[in-house]
Write a protein that binds this ligand. Sequence first.
Ligand SMILES: [Zn+2]
Length: 538
Amino acid sequence: MHKFITGIIFLFTALSLSAQTPSKPDPDELSGEYGRYRANNDLIYYHLDIRVDPDKKHIGGKTTIRFKMLSDDNRIQLELTQALKVDKIVMGAAELKYQRDKRAVFVDFPSMLKAGKTYDIDFFYSGNPPETGRFGGITFKKDPAGRHWVNTACEGPGASVWWPNKDQWRDEVESMRISVAVPNNLTDVSNGKFAGKTDLGDGYTRWDWDVHYPINNYNVSLNIGAYQHFSDKYGDLPLDYYVLPENVEKAKKQFSQAPGMHKAFEHYFGEYPFKKDGYKLIEAPYSGMEHQSAVTYGNRWANGYLERDWTGVGISTKFDFIIIHESGHEWFGNAVSAADTSDMWIHEGWTTYLECLYVEFHYGKADGLKYTNAYKSKVQNKLPIIAQRGVDATPPQDQYFKGALFLNTLRSVIDDDKKWFSLIRGFYQKHKYRNIMTEDMVAYFNRESGRNLTPVFDQYLRHPALPVLELKFDTPGSVSYRWQANEKAFNMPVKVGSSGSWQTIQPTGEWQTMKTGLSKDQFEVATDLYYIEVKKNN
Ligand SMILES: [Zn+2]
């Protein structure tokens, strides 16, 4: 997702906001904590079956929720915004009692549900959902030609701003059906594979979509508009494109970048993870969002980001930022997902790093490095990348840029590209279709590299400050060096001396000395390979 941006003014607003508030715990702990009535069950399947009336800005219908009980209990916790009405919740013929507390809906069962058994309930709801969050949550807009255009983008506020579900990150359904009835002249494009449309005979047509993979709630999306469809193929992967009729020619040109995106990410990580659902790009009235197998696009049919050179070094203008970034999330964010919002850098830091790999793949290693390091200008180093766990916290923007710069640093720590690429591919393959935490990543990299990288991960992710390499030139012919870092065991190797003939040293918190024929001014540190601060003292 790109939460931070819609033009330069919004960027500054977002930056200043993020400096003040991002780690603030959500006072509504019900939405952050994975409490008893969430942990007692495991989601299996949703069928979201709704009707959308764009004239009345009204939505209504039901979610069928299939779940397996993990312990005996007679209550579960679901969510729906208070702005929408619960019509009824039923299990078979029996109407269930429920209690609302903020957006939580506690559903009570007349008898004990049994561990290991699977149950289905139907949660009926209706109302006029208000716009909320940066991209609106759900918006009822008109396209430039005055036709209805209804879209959802709800990662920030949570999917329960427009449909009832178990609104958290840890637990995903294994598959899903999305059925959306819309006025006959409009098309709904949702996630998954198109499963047909049915004329309901009352001026509405129902569009059915089948999702064959686990999916985050916030990825579930509606795109209702006067869409025109065209398609392409990448190997045997269908590429389906839905845009407003006026933009078909522009889209044909711009979306021709999608195969090159697939080629790069497939090269590094393996094939597109949602093959049975196909890959879609869908025009939307906001910049873009990584909705699984249904990536939305609003980047003005131009390279760069909203017609700007996003990283400012002449490379961003070579490709469409939204196509590359949002599609990169199919690998990181959608296939490999974080289990708590605190660790959202698994989505954003990795996907920003995927941009850097895209540049390396298509334009070479030097441009990849240049693009990566250009992100330094956007880093603040004011708050840790990993936010407080279990409180629905939003990590600061450093999760994007510093996250990517950290992964580039880790590559230099591994210092063997063949090994690095095998490590990141293995990491992706082992964790795809799973919800993980940073600890899982650290354990994987420690195990597979045979090294203790924990202090390096912790310094970059759990502290705001960069590690500082202190250099002392007080004796001719030698230099003393040590790390200044919050992690006492921080001992990251680093390349120093002169570029072209780097020498790798392994500083610790204690002073060490090495011989050098270089003067204080001549002595360099490979700061494009390691994101660190350097202090040279006499
Ligand atoms: Zn993103």
